[in-house]
Design a protein around this ligand. Structure first.
Ligand SMILES: [Zn+2]
Length: 198
């Protein structure tokens, strides 16, 4: 995947430097197409395997209700008004789009339904900043992107793992008081999906 990505970038750069619609441009364009197709195939394969496995082994799955396309829009910005934190966000957006989280959630949703399970979406607020142990919530708990260290009780874990714990806890809490939103009923509003495990 990584090498395909590098190849694609190289050919795309090459294409940008050619005169549009010239023969050399067409050659470069053909080269861009191949890694594109390979990346798309690898992604489709991964998504199907991952969603099948998860839906077979779990009855209940919670996802963060992040609207991926909104995040992309704000990171890209428009003309003279580029979105805030463009550099910080563009890496994340790329990763999300690369792995197709929208498609991931869509497949997970219907495969869980087939297997008699359910997918629930929970509000994403502060899932990456809340301490799962003492519930102290602060941006300071995230000294680095990857590491979570609670400034109050010193609980420590990988940030993604903490996000996943919080999403799960939140999902169970919301289910218990009947406020969880069933993913499928939100489909029309959310044509533009979410991300799993923060
Ligand atoms: Zn704590």
């Amino acid at each position: 995947m990584q090498t395909q990505q590098a190849k694609l970038a190289k050919y795309q750069r090459r294409m940008a430097h050619k005169q549009k619609f010239s023969n050399n441009w067409k050659k470069a364009k053909a080269k861009v197409k191949k890694p594109h197709t390979q990346i798309a195939n690898a992604r489709r394969d991964f998504l199907h395997k991952a969603t099948t496995t998860i839906s077979q082994n779990h009855a209940l799955v919670f996802v963060e209700d992040l609207q991926v396309s909104n995040m992309c829009r704000s990171a890209a910005g428009a003309g003279e008004n580029p979105g805030k934190n463009v550099a910080a966000k563009s890496g994340l957006n790329k990763a999300i789009l690369d792995q197709g989280w929208g498609e991931f959630r869509r497949q997970l949703d219907y495969k869980l339904a087939w297997n008699g399970g359910m997918l629930f979406a929970v509000p994403p607020h502060y899932t990456s900043q809340e301490c799962p142990k003492c519930h102290h919530t602060s941006a300071d708990n995230r000294q680095t992107q990857a590491r979570f260290v609670c400034v109050k009780c010193h609980y420590e874990n990988h940030a993604d793992h903490v996000g996943a714990i919080n999403v799960k806890e939140r999902g169970h809490r919301l289910l218990a008081c009947g406020d969880a939103v069933l993913s499928r009923s939100m489909k029309q509003e959310l044509a533009e999906v979410s991300q799993l495990f923060s």
